[in-house]
Unconditional design. Structure first.
Length: 96
């Protein structure tokens, strides 16, 4: 017998972890946009995850925010530019 006479306890399923719902915004309002323009270029590491966490916006909005800041020349890419993981850092004087 696989289970030795039913003596060993039956394995209980772990209760799945409950992930809290993030009520992230799907668009920028003026206040959030201004905050983004002010704060994000000061951060050392800028990824969609960081932006989304800081400003409480969802991932796709965060990605667009990053693209927007890059176009304005406020942040720069770290390493190879890859679609998989957008990693940026603040502009450091004297490089470009």
């Amino acid at each position: 017998a696989a289970m030795a006479g039913g003596r060993s306890k039956k394995k209980k399923w772990a209760k799945g972890k409950v992930k809290e719902k993030l009520a992230n915004m799907v668009m920028f309002d003026k206040a959030t946009y201004d905050k983004m323009m002010k704060e994000i270029p000061k951060a050392k590491l800028i990824t969609p995850a960081v932006v989304s966490e800081r400003l409480k916006v969802n991932g796709s909005v965060a990605r667009q925010a990053i693209r927007h800041l890059e176009e304005k020349g406020l942040i720069q890419v770290v390493g190879e530019k890859s679609a998989k993981m957008l990693i940026y850092t603040r502009k450091v004087g004297g490089e470009d």
